[in-house]
Design a protein around this ligand. Structure first.
Ligand SMILES: C[S@@+](CC[C@H](N)C(=O)[O-])C[C@H]1O[C@@H](n2cnc3c(N)ncnc32)[C@H](O)[C@@H]1O
Length: 332
């Protein structure tokens, strides 16, 4: 499906003279119409990938098979998709490998599922959970259109992950779990039971409040390594003659990623040498909304009163040296 001359049924991405993209599915005898005329599918069928075809208006269109990163941005969407920059990081940092058993929730439009299916390959298993049937149908159709058939490694279950996962997998048999949903912290227990010891959980969340809640919940329930979190900003570059500079526009924010690894049964992570923030762990845990916030809660280092007094003295002494006393107001 991804190599050789264009065939009927292939998706082809056309770039017009103004750089606009149009995606078509090839069908013998059909035309692609624009307001200036048309382009014949038959001129593309049998031509190699990377061909230039002439539109009836005389304009040349470049024809290429869309890459996965092109496809996810043009495919029909039910829910917001994970962008290619984040999908790439999820595959790498969740260590998705060929032959792995991977659980994913929710499926949404299926954009991330495509990257996960490619990474596990035909010999792996991707068990995806989506609580909305309409979204699951869109995702299945998107995957079928991309792979040209139902992917042999993929099973989509309609249902809530918390209820459906324990009914679907044996405890301790899942290598990797990927969560892209509003409340991943609600799923930590079932995901922890499903994962093999050492297995990886990666969460994609849109806001810092979700990020904090999933991290603090994992610490409180235990059985996980310390969370690692990050975001990535990708800035495209304009490359034209002497005008080599960052693009003026970029996606300033997509989401945050957080990884955890599952510990062996009845194992607690060694206590960190750093003192945890008050209220972060154990019995004294209080929901964020009930907490009194302090600078230390936000990870800032506390400054002792003694040190503050010294800093103030030093600052005043430096200021006194620098100020030109000049004529005193009372002198006149
Ligand atoms: C942002 S979308 C996922 C997008 C998807 N990763 C993609 O790249 O196309 C989030 C999805 O999670 C689903 N969802 C939320 N909580 C869920 C749960 N507990 N179990 C299953 N699906 C859930 C929602 O219905 C929604 O479709």
């Amino acid at each position: 499906m991804r190599r050789g001359p264009f065939r009927p049924g292939d998706r082809v991405q056309l770039t017009d003279p103004k750089g606009r993209l149009h995606t078509i599915t090839l069908e013998a005898g059909k035309n692609f119409h624009t307001h200036r005329g048309h382009l014949r599918h038959d001129d593309l069928i049998g031509a190699p990938d990377g061909t230039v075809v002439r539109h009836s208006s005389g304009a040349d269109y470049l024809a290429l098979r869309p890459l996965l990163s092109d496809y996810v941005l043009s495919m029909p969407r039910g829910a917001q998709v994970i962008y290619p920059k984040d999908a790439g990081q999820i595959v790498t940092y969740a260590d998705i490998f060929p032959g792995a058993t991977v659980v994913e929730a929710g499926v949404g439009s299926g954009a991330l599922s495509l990257s996960l299916l490619r990474a596990v390959g035909d010999g792996g298993r991707l068990l995806s959970f989506e609580r909305r049937e309409d979204f699951a149908d869109i995702a299945r159709a998107n995957a079928r259109a991309f792979f040209g058939q139902d992917h042999p490694a993929w099973t989509v279950t309609v249902g809530d992950l918390v209820e459906a996962l324990p009914q679907t997998v044996e405890p301790g048999t899942v290598d990797r779990v990927v969560l892209d949903m509003l409340a991943p912290w609600d799923c930590l227990d079932v995901v922890g039971d499903a994962l093999v010891p050492g297995g990886v959980l990666i969460c994609y969340v849109a806001t810092t409040t979700q990020l904090s809640r999933v991290a603090e919940t994992a610490r409180r329930v235990g059985g996980w390594t310390e969370p690692q979190a990050w975001e990535s900003l990708v800035r495209g570059w304009h490359l034209e003659g002497l005008s080599v500079r960052p693009e003026h526009r970029m996606h300033g924010h997509t989401g945050f990623l957080l990884t955890l690894r599952r510990l062996a049964p009845d194992t607690e992570a060694p206590l960190r040498r750093r003192r945890p923030a008050p209220g972060a762990y154990g019995e004294d845990y209080t929901p964020v909304e009930d907490q009194e916030w302090s600078a230390e809660d936000l990870g800032e280092r506390a400054v002792s009163d003694k040190r503050l007094r010294r800093t103030r003295r030093d600052a005043e002494a430096t200021a006194a040296q620098r100020v030109d006393p000049g004529p005193s107001l009372t002198d006149s």
